[in-house]
Design a protein around this ligand. Sequence first.
Ligand SMILES: C[S@@+](CC[C@H](N)C(=O)[O-])C[C@H]1O[C@@H](n2cnc3c(N)ncnc32)[C@H](O)[C@@H]1O
Length: 264
Amino acid sequence: MSVVTSMDPPTEPQTWHYGVVARWWAEFNTSGPEIAYFQTYVEAGQPALDLACGTGNHAIPLARRGYEVAGLDLSRPMLAHARRKARAARLSIPFVHGDMRRFDLGRPFDAAICAFGAFGYLLTDADVLRCLRSVHRHLTSDGLFTFEFWQRSGMHPPPYQSWFHRSGREYELVRLSESRPSRRPERLSIEFRFFVFKGSRVLDRFNEIHTVRTYAIDEMRALLRRGGFDFLHGFEATRKEKRFRPVRKESFRVMAVARPRAQS
Ligand SMILES: C[S@@+](CC[C@H](N)C(=O)[O-])C[C@H]1O[C@@H](n2cnc3c(N)ncnc32)[C@H](O)[C@@H]1O
């Protein structure tokens, strides 16, 4: 396990989803409310690409519903869990190792999704634009890109603390989180402290600092435009609910829907 001690934003892609965290993600973060939400878009157009697909929490349930899905992620351990879960479900899903900032899958898709704030790991305009242009190259002209992002005005002012506890088959996990002030207003740094238990024994403990990017809606609209997309809709979401409700100032999670603009 690695302990990240620097508060400087990473310049390299973050591949923190490994080891116990990848296992935890595979075991506890299974299908959620976003499946029905994404299904609306995948149904309208498929094949669909799940960007930063992690352990296949969306690709697998969507494939189970009969949709043609492919997944792409930077973390090999997360992909290994995704492949294992797909095999167990007797589903054939291409899970590809790649960086969402530059990828070439050599085929078009009618829908692309990017769930659970993974888009927030793109910290700079340049990386966001690289990603949008890669997605653009893979989408058909009437395809849709739907993804989740963090709205700055809905952020709890740091330091904000939260925690969760999950019991799995082999271990229990406690995660304490604390957001920290960042030198750059658009970035949110969160320190996670993980404790892994079995019975009364602590099997492991480690800390990680994750830095994600937050947006104002107009900023996202402008970046989408530069990346070749029109921002069609933004909907308010929570961890538990993905519905078609208008975004408010207090909304932290926003589900965005964007359509590629024709290249001039
Ligand atoms: C919070 S997890 C979400 C996983 C999945 N979308 C879900 O909802 O279960 C973030 C994922 O983004 C992936 N990721 C981060 N940066 C990436 C990049 N530049 N390219 C591809 N995947 C990336 C991580 O490896 C991780 O699997």
